[in-house]
Design a protein. Structure first.
Length: 170
């Protein structure tokens, strides 16, 4: 065997050995680690029924980005028109409905009440979307179909009662 051929084989074997050695040191991502990764974008449909006199109902497509501390919720009509964009960050919240000047609010709770007709607990909504059963005073969530992309929650107090439904795009 010629020297060049032996050198080539030696290098090939060394590279293969190094590849297997490196691959053996790698740690696969655990299922728990994958579950700990928090999603920051959801799309789907949302509806809210407020059992006031008269009843108020709200339904729209949505795109939700971010987290409960800082994010953006775009509400979309069935025809694809943007109904409004809600943005929030610590200490401020705003509603851009496109045809008016931007409305500013002191809190995201006040913003949600103005936009939807009821104070939807945004921090709990983010938790519910992740599959966490966050407790919020007056609200109870049904996450039994969360794996199918369906969430429902009911507010019993304060009055008026409200029903929230979310269906995620899969």
């Amino acid at each position: 065997m010629h020297f060049t051929e032996r050198l080539r084989r030696y290098l090939l074997h060394t590279c293969l050995f190094a590849t297997f050695l490196i691959a053996g040191c790698a740690h696969p991502t655990s299922v728990k680690a994958l579950k700990d990764i928090k999603k920051e974008l959801w799309t789907g449909r949302i509806s809210l029924l407020v059992k006031s006199e008269p009843e108020q109902s709200f339904s729209a497509g949505f795109e939700l980005k971010g987290r409960s501390e800082r994010g953006e919720l775009t509400l979309i009509s069935p025809l694809g028109n943007v109904l409004g964009v809600l943005r929030w960050s610590p200490g401020e919240a705003e509603l851009d409905s496109g045809n008016q000047k931007i409305q500013r609010f002191d809190s995201v709770d006040a913003l949600m009440a103005q936009a939807t007709g009821a104070a939807v607990p945004l921090s709990a909504l983010f938790a519910w979307l992740q599959g966490d059963d966050a407790n919020v005073s007056g609200w109870s969530a049904d996450l039994s179909r969360q794996g199918e992309g369906r969430i429902s929650a009911r507010r019993t107090q304060p009055a008026p009662q409200a029903d929230l439904r979310v269906v995620l795009d899969q």
